[in-house]
Design a protein around this ligand. Sequence first.
Ligand SMILES: [Cu+2]
Length: 183
Amino acid sequence: MEIPHLLINIITTLLMLIILAFYSAESKSYTVGDGEGWDIGTNYMAWAQGHNFTAGDVLVFKYVKGQHNAYEVTKEVYRSCDVGNGSANAGVVRKYESGSDEVVLGEAREYWFICSFEGHCLGGMKFGVDVSLELMTPPNINNDAPPRDDGVTNTGCGVGAGNKFWALWGAVLMLLANLAMLQ
Ligand SMILES: [Cu+2]
């Protein structure tokens, strides 16, 4: 009686594991500014526009700690570059200051980032990303679409393990839970 039950549970769990691994494999890690890192002198809006970000992707800000930071802010602060020094940092959603900050773009929404050091945001250390829920980029079959000519390629962006680790552990835990229920 219990053996078919156990088999069904194992097969179900394995299928979920495969599905989770497949989806999580889509998440990517992007170093902001690629080789330039997070610094003055790079056009980050152009950099951001050269990529399609999907939920689960990770932005990595690389800079010298203490010389820059990466604040996630509201669109208003992104526009004004005014984080309200001295006040309660209204409009600052989250602060990253380690010099090697990994920011998970966990939701399908707009994210806005700036460096809050005086003059840096106004100097160009600011960009927004519009994160979509798409799991895979559909192939471009529209022959009328002009080819990219802005020199932006995806080769420098790098690919990370993303959430694969957690997806696998989640599946293992589900398998253990299934086995426990059969005791
Ligand atoms: Cu800065």
